[in-house]
Design a protein around this ligand. Structure first.
Ligand code: MSP
Length: 515
């Protein structure tokens, strides 16, 4: 069994939402990291799933005249279908309505109660269903929710509270002692800044008569819990907190939680304190990325289009969408998603630099070498340079992938691909062939091997198109090291890897459709 387990999670998404680009980004990022770690021989467990309890689901089900469970059962396949479309290879898909999860919630609530960390109190606040949380007057704009701009109702009720404040000092100490725990760095500082103020306790229940769609509290059947004290626990349910200790001990200490910055507080403050109270060790890392911003009006003016990743997938294929999302966002910062920048990135990186290179190299081998990979021959300093370049790029890309700097790993790989283009231009095998067939062959196999390595480095990001490239050369090995390509192999026919997108035609046809 491979050592060094790697456990990666996405947030579990509200099953009620329509899956969009933001959810897709986090899940693709997790998939890329999972694929990468599998490729370096790690044993990987990749978890995603759905957050199915709460008032929103209950209300949506009521409006459809079906039960909340029926509503959830109807939504879950839609999410799974999107992940299938995006080629997400998860190992487990958890739903908070599953009995395995509800048992864990009850078990941990009992432990926290036994530790003396849950008490009942009366609480008054403005409740927003959209956010599924109470707001204090200070946080409101008038009586409106700052996120949803809806009038909120002041509700007073008795509820159960978790003594989060009890763990404030322990949490600060833990964060300071484990510098990699919250990343990127500025997010860690945000949390440490927040923890300078006294921490409130956390309301963890709802009276059943106001909300029934949650997990019943094991110590009071008139109350349920949902969202945070329910959802966060999914991360320990799936690896077997109850019922599979061996598995749990293998995966849990390695857990890396990928989240958007919107849920940093819940993951970096609520979750660790809950775990401390339940006597469970903390996850290895919490990594918060920024948001994708959609500037709809600007986009529709320029290209007459609204960004919908599903439409993009249908139009341009899943790999380019994965590539764009991974290349364009600097982890930790926000990014704008526009069709224009997508097309620009696609044409320059994928069509021009990468896809064209494959076509040029294979065309020349078809023309001059009967469609076979030529011999290596005697290398010259130019080939030695390409090899060094391939090796240093591979080293760097590995380091970057391990530290989740995927956009930089992609850029390094693309710079390498651009250097192969330059090498080909300079060596000009189409000229060399006239006087020195061997040298022309040496250049073509060198370019092909470089392309093969480039494709291997991009494989976690674009598993399909890179496989087409690898199949073209017919190398059996999955090794990254230089010199794996087989002289004499017959090239397999391939379609153009990334056909160029004609921007003008596209924009005009969209305009013509009036969209
Ligand atoms: N159900 C909770 C999470 C519970 S985890 C124990 C939730 N769900 S959500 O459906 O709202 O999804 C939140 C996550 O989706 C974000 O944290 C982020 O990972 C992703 N994104 C949703 N919109 C986003 C953007 N516009 N941009 C990037 N990612 C965002 O919160």
């Amino acid at each position: 069994m491979p050592d060094n387990p790697f456990y990666i999670t996405t947030p579990i998404y509200y099953s009620n939402d329509e899956p969009h680009i933001g959810h897709s980004y986090t899940t693709i990022l997790a998939d890329v990291l999972a694929r990468y770690h599998r490729s370096i021989g790690k044993d990987v467990f990749f978890l995603t799933g759905l957050d199915e309890h709460g008032q929103k689901v209950q209300q949506a089900a009521e409006s459809r005249n079906i039960t909340p469970q029926e509503h959830c059962d109807d939504m879950a396949p839609k999410w799974k279908k999107l992940w299938e479309k995006l080629h997400i290879q998860f190992d487990d898909f958890i739903r908070t309505t599953e009995p395995r999860h509800q048992e864990v919630v009850k078990n941990i609530l009992t432990k926290v109660m036994d530790a003396g960390d849950i008490y009942m109190d009366e609480y008054g606040g403005y409740y927003c269903v959209g956010c599924e949380r109470f707001y204090t007057e200070k946080e409101l704009e008038g009586e409106k929710c700052p996120q949803h701009e809806k009038e909120l109702e002041f509700i007073t009720e008795k509820n159960y509270f978790f003594k989060m404040s009890k763990y404030q000092e322990d949490l600060i100490e833990y964060i300071n002692k484990n510098p990699g725990f919250i990343q990127p760095e500025h997010r860690k500082n945000e949390i440490l800044g927040f923890l300078r103020q006294p921490l409130d306790d956390l309301c963890i229940s709802r009276p059943r008569n106001r909300l029934s769609w949650g997990v019943e509290l094991p110590f009071d059947s008139d109350y349920v819990t949902y969202v945070w004290f329910d959802a966060l626990l999914n991360y320990v349910t799936a690896p077997g907190y109850l019922g599979n200790t061996e598995n749990f001990e293998k995966w849990w200490p390695q857990a890396v939680h990928l989240i958007g910055k919107d849920i940093l507080m819940t993951h970096a403050v609520y979750w660790p304190t809950m775990l401390m109270s339940a006597g469970i060790s903390l996850p290895k890392k919490i990594f918060a990325h920024g948001w994708w911003l959609l500037q709809e009006s600007k986009m529709s003016k320029s290209l007459g289009n609204v960004v919908d990743p599903l439409k993009l997938i249908d139009e341009y294929g899943v790999d380019p969408v994965r590539y764009y999302l991974m290349r364009e966002m600097v982890p930790g910062q926000d990014s704008n998603f526009t069709v224009e920048s997508f097309i620009k990135r696609y044409n320059s990186d994928l069509a021009n630099d990468f896809g064209n290179l494959l076509s040029r190299v294979t065309n020349l081998m078809h023309k001059y070498f009967e469609g076979k990979i030529p011999d290596w021959g005697e290398s010259t300093p130019a080939e030695d340079k390409m090899r060094e370049n391939a090796e240093s790029t591979t080293y760097l890309v590995n380091e970057l992938m391990k530290s989740m700097r995927i956009n930089e790993a992609i850029e390094e790989t693309m710079q390498f691909i651009r250097s192969v283009n330059k090498y080909l231009e300079k060596q000009a095998p189409w000229k060399l062939i006239k006087e020195d067939q061997k040298s022309a062959g040496r250049v073509l196999i060198t370019a092909s091997e470089s392309l093969r390595i480039g494709a291997k480095l991009l494989q976690p990001i674009m598993p399909n198109r890179t496989q087409t490239l690898l199949d073209t050369f017919g190398t059996e090995t999955s090794e990254l090291g230089w010199g794996q390509i087989m002289p004499g192999n017959k090239l397999k026919k391939h379609n153009q890897l990334f056909p160029r997108i004609e921007i003008h035609k596209n924009a005009e046809s969209r305009k013509a459709e009036g969209t």
